[in-house]
Design a protein around this ligand. Sequence first.
Ligand code: PEP
Ligand code: MN
Length: 245
Amino acid sequence: PADSAIDVGGVVVGWGLEPVVIAGPCAVESREQVLAAAQAVKAAGAAILRGGAFKPRTGPHAFQGLGYEGLEYLAEAGQAVGLPIVTEVMRIDQLEPVAAVADCLQIGARNMQNFDLLKEVGRVGKPVLLKRGISATLEEFLAAAEYVLLEGNDRVILCERGIRTFERALRNTLDLGVVPFLRQVTHLPVIVDPSHALGRRDLVTPMAKAAVVVGATGVMVAVPPDPARALCDGPPSLDPSRFTR
Ligand code: PEP
Ligand code: MN
């Protein structure tokens, strides 16, 4: 019956609390790149640093992430600036090593219904950032969260990141109505990722604001040091100079 307040490395995410800003590059590309991003987002007021080491890419020729090397750079950058870190896990065998350094484990949209992964992540004592599947209904989204909770891990943050609809002008359709709806049906906090939802940087700031207006407990924004040179998701990424609180 009570709302969950989820502590991510000292930063608390929950309904009614100050919205938490999670920011950082889509993918960790080098030690220098993620450190520069970490410094920039910290200076702008972000509370949690994000960065993908293991990247689920649509095409097999696209940059797949630096893997464990990237994880190390992300952890270093987080420590250097004093921000907790969140990063995606794609496979069960990555859970233990990633949980050893990350403050929060991200389950990507493409893995929202990877039930074996969800069960295992439920057995790890770390907060989970669960992203809504590309075409998942809210019932399926909540059922995925339930897989994690059932294994004993009740620290799940839900993330709306856009769904696929008939509309093709934007990358996805940002379903903001879910925020006040989920507020009524679950105790789990809900954050919004406008970068992956819209696919265009000019729409990120207005939709991040809209997310906060409808009650989101946080936003996650892609902010690399140099979006023009990003190996992954440059178009929706905000330049650090445009990312201010
Ligand atoms: C991400 O946040 O890095 C990501 C891959 O997002 P999604 O799983 O929502 O596509
Ligand atoms: Mn991305």
